[in-house]
Design a protein around this ligand. Structure first.
Ligand SMILES: Cc1cc2nc3c(=O)[nH]c(=O)nc-3n(C[C@H](O)[C@H](O)[C@H](O)COP(=O)(O)OP(=O)(O)OC[C@H]3O[C@@H](n4cnc5c(N)ncnc54)[C@H](O)[C@@H]3O)c2cc1C
Ligand code: FES
Length: 345
């Protein structure tokens, strides 16, 4: 492998970028400021698919769910999994929508502290070797010792204030049988180092959008929505805008986030929290005050009704929740340009 890198040319254009030996085509293009389409960065969505016209690539994770037999037959590859082993020409349509707000950087990060959020979610605070800006709502890739491939985790803090991009906080759910979350929860100790790469993602806070905001989160979708709320409540251009935060869990033990929002300016005036559980307590037991029953998408529709159409909507959570929210937003007539999410896998 040529460690100094390879030249990647986009067929039918003047565009060329460098990709170093260990990098993937998608991430190298993003580092060069190019709008290489993507979403998950971990081989699951297929949005980064391209055709290899000339050259050779090696595939980091050949079992990536989005890389099909048909792709292999047609010399189509996933940008997030492809590392060049020669200079390449690729067929792909760049799209400015995907151009990075902040060019991602790969670097070292040390675990500083850990805090319990719920019975299965904890917050992990990492300090980076070099400060790296990100927008509220974006995510990073993390490589953990002994775990194959990176994991995508969203930042829950912002790059403003004292952290100034030097600290990135992740709120991660322990997934039963999951290797990345097990390594993070069980093996990593304060002072231990990992490699991180970011920021990535398109579901970042639109500071210029003159609309009230709704954040819809379920389970592990907490982090990016907390980050959006933290960014929005101190953004002068959004002063006077209301933010409705709707969080859904299976039971009352899953509900979280309210304490983090209470600490923000505007709490109780233009910032409100609505918790919902999908499984009512057994035997008709009472729910904590202010907690309703139902799914996040239903709750949002009931709470906000016709007003949703005029709001900026951010959402994150398990795939089933995200799909239900998308359907609800379509039905409610929310314009696609006002909907922001990066699908979790
Ligand atoms: C954009 C985005 C943002 C996310 N934000 C959060 C968040 O803020 N909090 C949170 O808890 N979760 C988040 N997730 C989910 C998270 O990335 C993990 O899927 C989840 O933590 C489970 O990981 P695991 O390692 O425990 O489970 P595993 O089952 O071990 O791994 C799950 C994921 O890892 C990848 N993977 C598995 N094996 C390999 C391999 N051999 N090579 C390469 N990749 C592999 C796949 O993408 C798979 O979906 C996010 C996901 C995405 C796509
Ligand atoms: S499969 Fe590559 S970005 Fe999702």
């Amino acid at each position: 492998m040529n460690r100094s890198g390879h030249r990647i040319r986009i067929a039918g254009s003047e565009v060329e970028f460098a990709c170093d030996g260990g990098d993937t085509l998608l991430r190298a293009a993003q580092r060069a400021g190019l709008g290489f389409p993507y979403e998950c960065n971990v081989g699951s969505c297929g949005n980064c698919r391209f055709e290899l016209a000339e050259g050779e690539v090696d595939t980091a994770w050949p079992q990536a769910p989005a890389w099909t037999d048909k792709d292999r037959q047609r010399r189509r590859h996933l940008g997030c999994q492809s590392r060049p082993t020669a200079d390449c020409t690729i067929k792909l349509r760049l799209d400015d929508h995907y151009a990075p707000v902040h060019r991602p950087r790969r670097g070292a990060a040390v675990l500083e502290s850990r805090r319990t959020v719920t019975h299965d979610i904890a917050e992990f605070r990492f300090v980076l070797d070099v400060a790296q800006e990100f927008e509220p709502g974006q995510y990073a890739l993390a490589w953990l010792p002994g775990v194959a491939g990176p994991r995508a985790w969203s930042m829950s803090n912002t790059a403003a204030g004292a952290d100034a991009g030097k600290a990135w906080e992740f709120q991660v759910r322990r997934v039963p049988g999951g290797q990345g979350s097990a390594a993070l929860f069980d093996a990593l100790r304060p002072g231990d180092g990992i490699v991180v790469d970011g920021p990535y993602g398109m579901a970042w806070l639109r500071r210029e959008a003159p609309r009230d905001i709704v954040c819809l989160a379920g389970g592990s979708g907490l982090a990016p929505m907390i980050s959006i709320a933290r960014g929005a409540m101190v953004e002068p251009r959004l002063a006077g805008r209301h933010l409705h935060f709707v969080y859904g869990g299976r039971t009352a033990a899953d509900l979280c986030g309210q304490d983090m929002l209470r600490a923000l300016p505007g709490w109780g005036e233009r910032l409100s929290y609505h918790g919902f559980v999908s499984a009512p307590p057994p035997g008709g037991a009472a729910l904590p005050p202010g907690v309703g029953t139902g799914f996040v998408h239903e709750a949002a529709r009931q709470l906000l009704g016709e007003r949703l159409r005029a709001m900026e909507v951010y959402f994150a959570g398990p795939p089933a929740m995200a799909t239900a929210v998308q359907r609800m937003l379509l039905d409610a007539g929310v314009p696609p340009g006002q909907q922001h999410f990066d699908q979790f896998y």
